[in-house]
Design a protein around this ligand. Structure first.
Ligand code: MG
Length: 164
């Protein structure tokens, strides 16, 4: 039997360095830190891309965009997300809904939530009401609590897409 709904999960983390803002879901949130990484270090986009690729059985972000390739250095993660969505659709699936949790002591996501939801929804080809983003602290515990970086968990639901 072929399932008519698939669910994928993705996780990502990035280390903080001194900076002027954290890029999350394609939105630069003002902060005294930035995330470091090979691409633009957008943990929401990376976790969500992995959720989409995982749910559709297409591998993971590391396979699709190897960090050994120069073209992926500093790469726009919204663009990577869009390319992953196109690949998912070509494989007969499409995003229906996504739910995302960012675990970080700083910055606060709340005021930027509507912008992030809009940006991600546009990349996924769904409505902002179908994308949720939630911020949590780690209650001061561990590496996240010490402010060394942030983590992100994303879940995406996929439904069959008409093959073109
Ligand atoms: Mg990443």
């Amino acid at each position: 039997m072929t399932l008519q709904v698939r669910v994928g999960i993705g996780y990502d983390s990035h280390r903080f360095a001194e900076g002027h803002g954290v890029l999350l879901g394609g939105v630069l949130i003002p902060a005294a830190v930035r995330c470091t990484g090979h691409s633009d270090a957008d943990a929401i986009c990376h976790a969500l891309t992995d959720a989409l690729l995982g749910g559709s059985g297409l591998g993971d972000i590391g396979e699709m965009f190897p960090d050994t390739h120069a073209e992926n250095a500093g790469r726009d993660s919204i663009e990577m997300l869009r390319l992953a969505v196109a690949r998912v659709r070509a494989a007969g699936w499409m995003p229906a809904q996504a739910d995302i949790t960012v675990i970080a002591e700083t910055p606060r996501l709340g005021p930027h939530r509507p912008a992030i939801r809009e940006r991600l929804a546009a990349a996924l080809g769904i409505e902002p009401s179908e994308v949720m983003v939630k911020g949590k602290t780690n209650e001061g515990m561990g590496w996240i609590g010490r402010g060394e970086g942030l983590a992100c968990i994303a879940v995406a639901t996929l439904t069959p897409s008409p093959r073109s």
